[in-house]
Design a protein around this ligand. Structure first.
Ligand code: FES
Ligand code: FES
Length: 155
């Protein structure tokens, strides 16, 4: 059955016609053309699809588009001016790039809660994410650098 929903993505509301089984990730990538969020496993195992829904990290592969109706969704496209981007570039965090959009969104959710996260808190926030290339250390450093930038302590 088709239904009409309104997705508020990165501050822009869009009316979409979806069916009851349309994943949020499909709506974002294929209907709205927002390709930063990636499909990896489709089973809440890799985090490549992570977006924020009402500020909380949410697997877009397994959440239905209809459940995001009238909710506030953020994707990595929203991070253009965010210190996380500069920090990840400065630390050369990540290699493949495929997983990074999801990692960035979990990091954003953390930094939205606190600008002084402990290393343990960063590790815990990134726990749902697989990074097979072994860039974990640089990714953690990048989140620490972004936090320092938000506090006005680093460039
Ligand atoms: S694609 Fe959603 S967790 Fe892997
Ligand atoms: S940066 Fe993508 S798997 Fe490590």
């Amino acid at each position: 059955m088709s239904l009409e929903i309104t997705l508020i993505v990165n501050g822009t509301p869009s009316c979409l016609v979806v069916d009851e089984t349309t994943p949020l990730l499909h709506a974002l990538r294929n209907m709205l053309g927002l390709r930063a969020s990636r499909f990896g496993c489709g089973q809440e195992q890799c985090g490549a699809c992570m977006v924020l829904m009402d500020g909380k990290p949410t697997y877009a592969c397994s959440h239905l588009a209809m459940d995001a109706d009238a909710r506030v969704v953020e994707t990595a496209e929203s991070l253009m001016g965010h210190p996380l981007r500069a920090a990840f570039l400065a630390e050369q965090a990540g290699q493949c790039g495929y997983c990074l959009s999801g990692i960035l969104m979990s990091a954003k959710a953390l930094l939205d809660r606190t600008q002084s996260p402990s290393r343990e808190a960063i590790v815990a926030a990134l726990d749902p994410h697989l990074c097979r290339c072994g860039a974990h250390e640089r990714i953690i450093r990048a989140v620490e650098r972004a936090a320092a930038m938000l506090r006005g302590e680093a460039a």
